[in-house]
Ligand binder design. Structure first.
Ligand SMILES: C[S@@+](CC[C@H](N)C(=O)[O-])C[C@H]1O[C@@H](n2cnc3c(N)ncnc32)[C@H](O)[C@@H]1O
Length: 209
């Protein structure tokens, strides 16, 4: 069997088909439950949504006072997110900068963001290197929040929808984040909000220095 490549072309095709056929369903997707639970009490500042997809999390962050930079390499996903934000109103849309870009090459000033969110993004190379690169954008005192859908459901042993993808795991985040510079607030596997779809690795870390 040919191994699938989760590159820009894969995601652009998936998003353009999904948005063509099910735009209404996509528009109704709620923000990520882990994100809402972990971030709701943080003081809003500058946030990066790395691999923002359809933008539900970006919109939620902006509606809660964050100035958000939302990056994704799918032009269709970014266009959808932007139009959703405009439909909500200028209060929200003016707090968001949408960027069509590849996280592997997109550069931001190190330490620029009070919150960096990276949810369910497949990693093409080394996960630890990707965690470090994403984490490098967090300001001292700021928060890194990452979630990865695990490829195997630990309860049933069955492959999940993330089978074949490499996403962040608790082990890779622990290995990547230097304990002298990062306090791991949460690093655990949690059941996904939809029963029977496996578990998510949830990582929340605070930058100490
Ligand atoms: C499974 S979707 C998750 C979207 C969103 N974070 C969420 O939780 O709903 C993964 C997203 O990451 C984006 N992505 C994957 N690799 C990327 C990269 N190297 N640069 C930019 N975006 C990327 C894809 O286009 C896709 O929108």
């Amino acid at each position: 069997m040919t191994k699938r490549t989760y590159d820009q072309s894969f995601w652009e095709q998936l998003w353009s088909k999904t948005l063509r056929e099910h735009a209404d369903n996509v528009a109704e997707r709620p923000p990520n439950a882990h994100l809402v639970g972990e971030v709701v009490n943080l003081h809003p500042g500058r946030a990066l949504d790395a691999g923002c997809g359809h933008g539900a999390d970006t919109l939620w962050l902006a509606a809660h006072g964050w100035q958000v930079t939302a990056v994704d390499f799918s032009a269709s996903a970014v266009a959808h997110g932007r139009s959703m934000a405009e439909a909500v109103g200028t209060d929200v849309s003016e707090r968001i900068v949408w960027v069509e870009g590849d996280l592997a090459t997109w550069t931001a000033q190190p330490g620029h963001f009070d919150l960096v969110v990276c949810l369910y993004v497949h990693v093409a190379g080394s996960v630890e290197e990707m965690v470090r690169r994403i984490a490098n954008r967090v300001a001292v005192g700021g928060t890194l929040f990452m979630v990865g859908h695990r490829p195997i459901d630990p309860t049933t042993g069955a492959a999940t929808a993330a089978a074949g993808q490499v996403q962040v795991s608790v082990e890779s985040a622990v290995a990547a984040l230097d304990p002298r510079r990062w306090e791991l607030v949460v690093a655990e596997e949690r059941p996904r909000p939809v029963a029977g779809t496996g578990v998510d690795a949830v990582i929340r870390a605070r930058r100490l220095s």
